[in-house]
Design a binder for this molecule. Structure first.
Ligand code: FAD
Ligand code: UDP
Length: 407
């Protein structure tokens, strides 16, 4: 980072002698970093510097209007859903919402059918007319017996059998992760349920909605506080030894923080191909998955998701990649073991709190990261309370067993 730049100078001027400098240095302006910045500044009056190496706030949830004036998600489609009223209420302080229920079709055997697999998926695929009850029997008849469900293959074949597994999950997973489902934890494909009814929503959470004016506006509202200073375009390593701070919140990749000393933690990357087409609609639903054809896993059309009305439409294709920005931790036993080594280092690093999807190597959705950040804030708040108490206890009056009022 250019030490003559305006943002560097203004951050330095915030720490001139006579002022307190920064209480917190927060690395990353995604959900993890922004929630903690907001809480620490608003609730505890802390002076916070948020350092973000990208040109924008919001992390992977960042959205913007493209040259045609269509609201897009540069890092892939982000749909907000949660079962937690606390998390939804918290974010509602910074945005209004547009109710939205995501629907996904999978392109299989020349048809576009609902995924998660439901009653209509099976009936349309096989030209049947089963009832929900008959569908349960059908699944029972094709399901494979699995002693203990540990892998992403086990989860699916034990519910819907090998044929549907091959049609919907095997190819998609191999493409997305570069691994066979049998090499991934059960938790990965378990994200996608199986239904015997006609519910074709991708998520069934209690709260499903999109920020009315987009994610970036929501992040702007979170970070809009006189105690919060945001430095974009800056790797924290460029300023960490220059600007004074007391405690760090780190939301980047945990292995990078420790200079890869135990080796690289595998992260899966994506390449996004954005296109705008001169027609009002491109596809019938927000996302169409391509488990068995093409180099991409899915195409998402933003106007379905954002509700925007526009004569053109913008879509994004996702091409999985081994190299590139880290987007997904890869849930499998050997990676969990390597992460545990980094976690032990993180636990031993007292003046740094690790929060977020990359820093804790967890395949978390946005709401889970918000929940994790709010929980971290509670622990930090307790620390502040304990320190204040210890300060009082250490005073001569407290040592004498008297409160100031009694003195
Ligand atoms: P991030 O958003 O990654 O933020 C971390 C920030 O730290 C980044 O901006 C990064 O630039 C910055 N940083 C890293 N290193 C440094 C450094 N050295 N110096 C300075 N800054 C640094 N979740 C949902 O709930 N619903 C969805 O529909 C959904 N769809 C998704 C689709 C895709 C393609 C992807 C990849 C993820 C999706 N997610 C979705 C998950 C969601 O993106 C994450 O849960 C959430 O954004 C994680 O927030 P975070 O703050 O932990 O990390
Ligand atoms: N998956 C699949 N076929 C699908 C949809 C999902 O095999 O049509 C598997 C795949 O391994 C994927 C995982 O389920 O990575 C989780 O899917 P989800 O849609 O939750 O992925 P994300 O939105 O996080 O990329």
């Amino acid at each position: 980072m250019d030490k003559g730049s305006e943002s560097f100078k203004s951050a330095v001027s915030a720490t001139v002698p006579g002022q307190r400098g920064f209480d917190y240095l927060i690395v990353g302006a995604g959900f993890a970093g922004s929630v903690l910045a907001e809480r620490l500044a608003r609730e505890l009056g802390q002076r916070v510097l948020v350092v973000e190496k990208r040109r924008h706030i919001g992390g992977n949830a960042y959205d913007r209007y493209n040259d045609d004036g269509i609201l897009i998600h540069p890092y892939g489609p982000h749909i907000f859903h949660t079962n937690s009223a606390d998390i939804f209420d918290y974010l509602s302080r910074f945005t209004q919402w547009r109710p939205y229920q995501h629907r996904v079709l999978a392109s299989v055997d020349g048809q576009e059918v609902p995924i998660p697999i439901n009653l209509d998926t099976v009936n349309r695929l096989y030209g049947l007319n089963l009832t929900s009850f008959e569908m349960e029997k059908f699944f029972e008849s094709v399901a494979e017996k699995v002693e203990s469900v540990t892998t992403s293959e086990d989860v699916v074949v034990s519910k819907v059998g090998r044929e549907l597994y091959n049609k919907f999950f095997r190819g998609y997973t191999r493409k997305q992760w570069g691994l066979d489902p049998s090499e991934l934890d059960a938790s990965v494909t378990a994200r996608v349920p199986t239904r015997t009814n006609r519910d074709d929503r991708y998520f069934t959470d209690t709260f499903q909605a999109m920020p009315l004016h987009g994610y970036t506006r929501m992040f702007e509202a979170m970070l809009d506080h006189p105690n919060i200073k945001v430095m974009l375009n800056t790797d924290y390593r460029d300023i960490v030894d220059v600007l004074p701070w007391k405690h760090m919140i780190y939301s980047g990749p945990v292995d990078a923080f420790f200079n890869f000393q135990y080796g690289k933690l595998p992260y899966r990357s994506l390449e996004f191909r954005h296109e705008t087409v001169p027609q009002e609609q491109f596809q019938p639903v927000g996302t169409v998955n391509y488990p068995n054809d093409y180099g991409y896993t899915r195409i998402s059309e933003f106007k379905h998701i954002t509700g925007q009305v526009h004569p053109k439409t913008s879509v994004v294709y996702e091409y999985p990649r081994a190299e590139g920005d880290p987007y997904y931790p890869v849930p499998r036993p050997e990676n969990a073991e390597l992460y545990r080594k980094y976690e032990a280092l993180a636990d031993a690093t007292e003046n740094v709190t690790f929060v977020g999807r990359l820093a804790t190597y967890k395949y978390y959705n946005m709401d889970q990261v918000v929940g994790q950040a709010l929980a971290a804030f509670k622990r930090l708040m307790q620390r502040h309370a304990d320190a204040a108490q210890a300060g009082r206890d250490a005073s001569p009056l407290a040592a004498a067993g008297r409160t100031p009022a009694q003195a």
